[in-house]
Design a binder for this molecule. Structure first.
Ligand code: MN
Length: 186
């Protein structure tokens, strides 16, 4: 059994305003993440995954169980990487790309339908990748450092169809860079 309490937010709900509203966090965290947790609990009952860790389930399941487990992992990773900081992009990330911000935004806009944009550490090389729907780098043995949720539900309340503006706000104001650089050392 997984519960929402296992994955607490590390910021106060209105602290990301004006870039993400408290209302959007209420829906995204309580309803969307909460929904995936509730679905997964129902799906794993009586299966080999009933007492498994979330990462184990993501790596070893497929179909509906994978979709819900991976969405939990991806959302927790996304929420853990948010902070209203406005700190600049760390040099070690900036220097690994020609134009990190523009490349990340181009990737975000390239996702057709629902998905995620990631900065990953691929055997020592920093790369920007996208995944579709619930797919997650940990399914493919890759190490995620940061992610942006580009499912419509992530931004529609605050930005309607303007995914690019949401991505700009994320990169300029909402990345917890300590979380990102901490992940690269794991
Ligand atoms: Mn989401």
């Amino acid at each position: 059994m997984f519960t929402l309490d296992q994955f607490p937010l590390h910021f106060v709900r209105d602290s990301l305003e004006p870039y993400i509203s408290a209302t959007a966090i209420d829906y995204h965290y309580d309803k969307h993440l909460g929904g995936y947790i509730s679905n997964l609990n129902t799906l794993i009952k009586g299966t080999e995954f009933e007492n498994a860790s979330l990462e184990y389930i993501v790596k070893n399941s497929d179909g509906k169980i994978f979709n819900n487990a991976a969405q939990i992992f991806n959302h927790v990773f996304f929420f853990n990487g948010l902070k209203n900081s406005g700190d600049g992009i760390p040099t070690e990330i900036e220097s690994a790309f020609k134009d990190f911000k523009s490349e990340f935004k181009t990737a975000a806009l390239s996702v057709f339908g629902s998905g995620w944009v990631w900065l990953i550490d691929d055997d020592g090389t920093l790369k920007i990748i996208t995944t579709a729907n619930a797919d997650s780098p940990i399914k493919h043995g890759q190490k995620p450092l940061m992610t942006l949720d580009v499912w419509e539900h992530a931004y529609y309340l605050d930005y309607q169809n303007r995914r690019g503006d949401f991505c700009d706000a994320f990169l300029d104001h909402l990345v917890n860079w300590e979380f990102v650089t901490g992940n690269s050392k794991k």
